[in-house]
Ligand binder design. Structure first.
Ligand code: SF4
Ligand code: SF4
Length: 331
């Protein structure tokens, strides 16, 4: 069995809550199936206080082997680099120092969620706590452990990014680690496991037919594509949210919410309201990353001219008002 220790710092706990929603199988069966044993998790373990500190001591002095360290939440380094904004209760030590000590003895280190990976929501605004990620500070390599950090097994920090994570993004990663078949090339350039980061949120979105014809929603309750007016970044967001659904059937897009690209560094500061699309001369600024702008503009105007009446009407309605045509009965 691989031993796993889960610690939290500057985050909301939402990634743990999301993990508890694992299903088919549930979290504990999935962990057992992966061959992972939880040494301690703040929401799943009864041990606290002296027992937890004793466990930390055993891990840090080598009595207890630590295979996998998971950090949820950003590393809090303020004020002035002291880390005093978050000390571990009962120890008096800054959490950032404990995280660094644990990372030094762990076989593998996983950043759970975009806070731990890149700073995330905790680093938003003026970043009053000086929050950073484990191996990134926003989009810049570095973070607490430094860009050159490699865990004992030779891998960099694995960034299971997302706000929150999908339960099986982490469980699949743990399974690969436990079987010893997760390699550096299985991570994308931002350290995210490619098993979920090689797809875009756009793939499998039920609004794709509207996207093809640029039949756009004008308000959040409309069925049309949310890219042109309502800020959707699904064509740029590396995540399989519309293929690997949430809670068996959901996704932000299916719930009527524009994708805000929460698996990316600095998603929390888009520079405009999340549900608005910045445009220049009526053309969205954030276009699909792998498509030349001129092509997009040409294709968009062609497809707009060819939009079927059915899609034009349904795009701005909250339910289907124009069904697909059925073949006429033969006389
Ligand atoms: S990544 Fe999002 S859900 Fe996870 S701890 Fe940070 S703020 Fe909460
Ligand atoms: S709503 Fe977003 S993810 Fe869905 S089709 Fe439009 S651009 Fe793609």
């Amino acid at each position: 069995m691989k031993s796993l220790l889960w610690v939290q710092s500057g985050g909301c706990g939402g990634c743990s809550m999301s993990l508890l929603c694992a299903e088919s199988p549930g979290l504990l069966s999935a962990l057992a199936g992966c061959g992972v044993e939880i040494l301690w998790h703040p929401a799943l373990s009864e041990a606290s206080g002296a027992e937890f500190h004793a466990l930390l001591r055993r891990v840090l002095n080598g009595e207890q082997k630590l295979d996998i360290l998971c950090l949820e939440g950003a590393v809090v380094t303020g004020p002035d680099g002291t880390g005093d904004f978050h000390r571990l209760s009962g120890s008096g030590r800054p959490m950032k120092d404990i995280i660094a000590d644990l990372a030094a003895v762990a076989e593998q280190v996983i950043a759970v969620g975009s806070c731990a990976a890149y700073g995330g929501m905790t680093a938003g605004g003026d970043n009053p706590t000086d929050a950073i990620g484990l191996q990134y500070d926003g989009a810049l390599r570095g973070g607490l452990l430094g860009g050159a950090f490699r865990a004992a097994n030779g891998l960099p920090v694995i960034n299971v990014a997302g706000c929150p994570i999908h339960p099986s993004w982490l469980l699949d990663t743990l399974g690969m680690l436990a079987r010893g078949n997760l390699r550096t090339e299985d991570l994308d350039p931002l350290g995210r496991p490619r098993h979920f980061a090689d797809l875009l949120a756009h793939h499998g979105c039920p609004r794709n037919e509207f996207y093809e014809y640029k039949a756009s929603a004008e308000k959040s309750t409309d069925q049309g594509c949310l890219m042109e007016h309502l800020g959707c970044l699904g064509t740029q967001a590396h995540a399989d949210c519309n293929v690997r659904l949430w809670n068996g059937e959901g996704s932000c897009l299916r719930g009527g919410y524009a994708c805000i690209n929460c698996t990316a560094p600095e998603f929390q500061e888009p520079g405009h309201p999340f549900t608005a699309t910045p445009k220049i001369a009526g053309i969205p600024v954030g276009l699909p990353t792998d498509m030349p702008k001129a092509w997009f503009v040409a294709l968009a105007s062609l497809s707009k001219a060819a939009t079927p009446e059915r899609l034009r009407r349904n795009a701005v309605a909250d339910h289907i008002i124009a069904p697909p045509a059925t073949p006429k009965e033969k006389p």
